[in-house]
Design a protein around this ligand. Structure first.
Ligand SMILES: Cc1cc2nc3c(=O)[nH]c(=O)nc-3n(C[C@H](O)[C@H](O)[C@H](O)COP(=O)(O)OP(=O)(O)OC[C@H]3O[C@@H](n4cnc5c(N)ncnc54)[C@H](O)[C@@H]3O)c2cc1C
Length: 608
């Protein structure tokens, strides 16, 4: 659906321009609009998932149902069909993900009719992410993007842990005490914005069964606990509402005063930012954002011109870890296509050689030091002995549990499993430590793989997902091809990523740990035996526009302001400079809050 909330005329003075409407762009928007600034946000994809909320006050001009206003960016898993059968959601996720870089090296089709159009090594097929420049040995083959309001949060798992150790958590100050206090404050705000909780599965039999069994087995040697999740349980305790970007954007739609300061244009691409000049190491600024309406002929009310130059007082690129770097790389090609002058050299991005990589001299660290997470996965079927534990839980204060089980057995005496059909799933984690440096999810959820077959009962299946970290290395990079384009006519991304020897050894230890832990409560589900997943599958790519204290190794400062630019900010997992194992979105929201504060303090907000 095309959504144009045309409260602002794009030609009017806009305080903050934001590219990308995922949770991070939305956090910038919320903070800036709350502070009285006027915000224009553009989103490449459509608005395709909504919730509705009552409009505050009398202004009810845009209505969804009587008295309600639609809010885009809703989690699709909240639909009743997926609450009832989580495995159906696997197909939604698959449909939402577009692979970033597909090597063409094995595209030969030996049985093709010789008379039809065919490709060759010299001229392989190149549409929709197929990338002749991608070496399959150094690819992140499962790295993918989701386009649409809410970005990837319209399908995410909602795991929102903090980074706690020095390994994972980047430094925002050289003073350790100050650093600690900044993070504490930011995490508290971020949790409130996305609504994180560790108590929403407290009355799940399966959750308690898994958690308490492991606590009994491991005692204090491992810190098992509930996985922090952005969700809340509904008045019907069998169901939860999963939080997504709609929650962040809510008041920008329901509060008429805030709505008047916020415009969201969907199906609009931020093609590039046009800079004041293109000389490296000089103070620079963005002059305008070049924005293109990708569906200019839809004739909808408030339709904008196909191509616009949007001027603002500050610019934020929050297009996800791949596309944020992509927009910035594309911005290095000046509007008149002249060669970027390199000091003392002729090398530049304007050259005409085929397949040239776009050079990014104004941001030398763009796309360098990228990190991703090796991932191990398996599913187990619970031991039959645990079904006896379900019938007679050995732990105190289990009256609620016993009552549920007794009711289920009475209603369904022929069910071989004593667990109620709608008992919520387990959601357990183990804290990342320096001794066991990986993030653990022992749970039941949908991803793009691991659906449970129809002949199995999902109540006795538990998923194990272990996420490791990789050390940031300059040679691991994301570059952009000048003469190959992605599906949205932007420069084609190419990965070059290899794990260090330490990373590999750590990944093996993680696999070993997962197998040991998994086999304590069950046996492997055939087809879901322990396996390493294709690199990139965690979808936690980071570091492509890293922010940090060392200007020589980063693209932006710790407030996410791009070095040498006075009005350009970046947001997303791409700003995280460390290697980390935990899910990153909560931490990226922290950065977005910090960066928004910087923008707000500089722009001297209008009165709210
Ligand atoms: C199956 C799955 C499970 C996940 N589980 C978790 C989890 O449990 N915990 C966690 O922390 N993370 C998880 N994630 C990842 C999480 O969703 C991302 O970290 C988060 O969405 C990143 O937010 P973002 O706003 O930076 O980017 P995105 O969510 O990627 O949003 C970026 C938006 O920018 C738009 N865009 C791109 N290019 C342009 C352009 N040129 N112009 C305008 N707009 C543009 C895109 O269309 C997109 O809508 C999961 C993701 C998936 C798919």
């Amino acid at each position: 659906m095309l959504l144009q909330t045309a409260a602002l005329d794009p030609q009017e003075t806009i305080d903050v321009f934001i590219a990308g409407s995922g949770p991070i762009g939305a956090t910038f928007a919320k903070r800036c609009v709350d502070a009285g600034l006027r915000v224009l946000m553009v989103e490449l994809g459509a608005a395709d998932s909504f919730t509705s909320k009552p409009m505050k006050g009398e202004n009810r001009s845009v209505q969804f149902a009587p008295g309600q206003v639609p809010i885009p960016g809703y989690h699709k898993k909240n639909e009743i069909e997926y609450q009832k059968d989580i495995d159906r959601f696997v197909n939604v996720i698959k449909g939402a993900l577009s692979t970033v870089s597909i090597p063409t090296s094995n595209n030969h089709i030996a049985t093709l009719d010789p008379a039809v159009v065919s490709n060759s090594t010299a001229q392989p097929f190149i549409s929709l992410g197929k990338n002749p420049c991608q070496d399959p040995f150094v690819n992140l083959g499962a790295e993918a993007v989701t386009r649409g309001v809410g970005g990837m949060t319209t399908h995410w798992t909602c795991a929102t842990p903090e980074f706690t150790t020095d390994t994972e958590r980047p430094k925002l100050s050289t003073d350790a005490a100050e650093d600690e206090s900044i993070w504490k404050d930011l995490y508290a705000q971020a949790k409130s914005i996305i609504g994180t909780s560790t108590t929403q599965f407290d009355h799940s039999i399966r959750h308690n069964l898994v958690l308490k069994t492991y606590e009994d087995l491991y005692g204090r040697t491992r810190a098992f606990g509930p996985l922090p999740l952005a969700c809340h349980r509904l008045s019907d305790p069998d169901y939860v509402e999963w939080h997504a970007t709609d929650r962040i954007l809510e008041e920008l739609f329901t509060d008429p005063a805030k709505r008047a300061r916020f415009t969201l244009l969907t199906n609009h691409r931020c093609t590039k930012l046009v800079f004041k000049h293109y000389r490296p190491k000089e103070e620079n600024a963005v002059e305008y954002a070049l924005v293109e309406n990708l569906l200019p002929h839809t004739q909808s009310p408030g339709e904008t011109a196909p191509v616009q130059k949007i001027k603002a007082r500050a610019y934020v690129v929050a297009c996800g870890a791949v596309a944020t770097a992509q927009v910035l790389a594309n911005s290095h090609i000046p509007p008149d296509e002249t060669v970027i002058p390199f000091p003392g050299g002729t090398k530049g991005s304007g050259g005409g050689e085929p397949n040239a990589i776009i050079e990014t001299p104004l941001m030398p660290m763009l796309g360098k030091f990228i990190t991703e997470q090796p991932m191990t996965f398996c599913q187990v079927v619970l031991n039959s002995s645990l079904m006896e534990v379900v019938k007679n839980p050995p732990w105190p204060n289990m009256d609620w549990w016993k009552a549920k089980v007794a009711k289920h057995i009475a209603e369904f005496p022929n069910d071989p499993i004593p667990i109620p059909f709608r008992d919520p799933e387990p959601q357990v984690t183990i804290k990342f430590t320096e001794e066991h440096p990986w993030h653990v999810q022992i749970h039941r959820d949908a991803f793009s793989y691991g659906a449970v077959a129809e002949n199995m009962d999902t109540r006795v299946i538990v998923d194990f997902r272990f996420f490791g970290y990789t050390q940031p290395q300059e040679a691991n990079e994301l570059t952009f091809q000048r003469h190959y384009r992605d599906a949205y006519d932007m420069p084609q991304p190419t990965f070059r990523f290899e794990m260090s020897a330490d990373d590999r050894a750590r990944a093996r230890r993680m696999m070993d740990d997962m197998c040991n832990i998994a086999l304590k409560i069950g046996g492997y589900l055939p087809g879901s035996e322990p396996q390493f997943m294709t690199p990139g599958l965690a979808l936690h790519l980071a570091g492509t526009t890293r922010a940090g204290l060392d200007a020589n190794k980063t693209v932006a400062d710790t407030r996410c302001k791009v070095h040498n630019f006075d009005n350009l900010y970046v947001g997303g997992n791409n700003v995280i400079e460390t290697g980390f194992a935990a899910n990153p979105t909560l931490t990226s929201i922290c950065y977005a809050i910090r960066a928004s504060n910087d923008i707000i303090s500089k722009l001297k907000p209008r009165r709210a």
